[in-house]
Design a protein around this ligand. Structure first.
Ligand code: ATP
Ligand code: MG
Ligand code: FE
Length: 349
């Protein structure tokens, strides 16, 4: 099916068009620069920016895909989780589009969408599979029996999300927002073994109780303390080494726990998704260690890791393919939608 996906859960206005599991276009307008001087996303600014960006983004996506609105078979939209005001803009636009075109509407989960980005990478995805979702607001390990029907939450962060930790540590290092890409860049010229930062919830005792959970707030504090001590001694802060050592600690825990989940469940398959999967070192280590463990790992291309509309369209296309009914118009923005709710307001007639 030819599907247009609308994503407005945070500061990216994403419009993607897919035909089944083939990507036709993926346009993204970001209000990131407007938020940068506040050091984080300002919800009202984001919502207003979506309003302004939506129509041009839709036009651009259609042009790039070489299709007209009337060619679409369905419309898809992120219903949650995310910023309520930002989500509402996308939901309103999607409903209007669905009604005016007389095409079915699929309201889907943003987090499952991040994992659905892997559907666009080529070969068929085999189930069951473990999935690791690492984004700005979430860090979760999932057991996916079928991306359209059954996503089980194995564990998640007990405090900060990994992306949040990247953004906070960047601030401590004096790097601009958003910090993830900045730390990634700074880390390239640093020594990842320079400083041994803590790996959260990784001790033997933690692995019994919190085997699939993550914790990054202790790591963030450890980095801040290390920098303070250094400055108190009147020494310069080696930004590249701190960035590389911090990045290594995050990546190590993420990959170790994901592969442990694969091993425990006898599932030699791993899907990665979310903005932090854009991290160079994470991609590298995941590939290396998965190969060693004989686990088949899927990693979306960079443009499909951070928020985008194509992943939303891809998830809806798979829902259609597996015979799921569209959503009724009786849904709104759900800012706390859990990852286990793949589609909302499915028509049960
Ligand atoms: P959620 O998906 O949980 O609702 P979100 O949509 O805000 O949150 P994403 O857009 O998926 O999150 O990801 C954004 C996060 O990814 C930010 O925290 C950003 O710093 C981080 N990020 C982006 N690129 C990189 C990178 N190269 N290395 C590390 N982190 C990165
Ligand atoms: Mg974003
Ligand atoms: Fe996201």
């Amino acid at each position: 099916a030819l599907v247009l996906g609308i994503e407005t859960s945070c500061d990216e206005t994403g419009i993607g068009i897919v035909r089944g599991r083939t990507l036709l276009s993926n346009t993204i307008a970001s209000s990131m620069e407007e938020h940068a001087r506040y050091g984080g996303v300002v919800p009202e600014v984001a919502a207003r920016a979506h309003l302004e960006a939506l129509q041009p983004a839709i036009d651009r996506a259609l042009a790039e895909a070489g299709i007209a609105l009337a060619d679409l078979d369905a419309v898809a939209v992120t219903s949650g989780p995310g910023l309520a005001g930002a989500l509402m803009v996308g939901v309103g636009a999607a409903k209007a589009l669905s009604v005016s075109l007389e095409r079915p509407l699929y309201a889907v989960n943003h987090l499952v969408g991040h994992i659905a980005a892997d559907l666009l990478t080529g070969d068929d995805v085999e189930y069951p599979t473990v999935a690791l979702l690492v984004s700005g607001g979430h860090t979760s390990l999932l057991l996916v029996r079928d991306l359209t029907t059954d996503v089980e939450l194995l564990g998640e962060t007990v405090d900060d999300a990994a992306g949040e930790a990247f953004d906070k540590v960047a601030r401590v290092l004096g790097l601009p927002y958003p910090g993830g890409p900045e730390i990634d860049r700074a880390a390239e010229s640093g020594d990842p073994t320079a400083i041994r930062f803590p790996r959260g919830l990784s001790r033997a005792s933690d692995m019994a109780e919190h085997r699939y959970d993550f914790s990054f707030s202790g790591l963030k504090t450890a980095v801040a303390r290390w920098i303070e001590r250094r400055q108190a001694e009147g020494l310069e802060v080696p930004i590249a080494d701190v960035a590389a050592s911090f990045r290594e600690a995050v990546v190590d825990v993420l990959v170790t726990k994901a592969l442990a989940a694969c091993d425990d469940h006898g599932v030699p398959r791993l899907l990665l998704g979310g903005g932090v999967i854009a991290n160079r070192r994470l991609r590298e280590v995941a590939l290396e260690r998965a190969r060693a463990a004989e686990v088949d790992v899927r990693i979306p291309p960079l443009s499909l890791c951070t928020d985008n509309g194509a992943m939303i369209a891809a998830l809806a296309a798979d829902l259609i393919r597996s015979g799921r009914r569209p959503s009724t118009l009786a849904f709104g923005a759900d800012s706390t939608l859990p990852v286990t709710e793949i589609q909302v307001a499915e028509d049960d007639r």
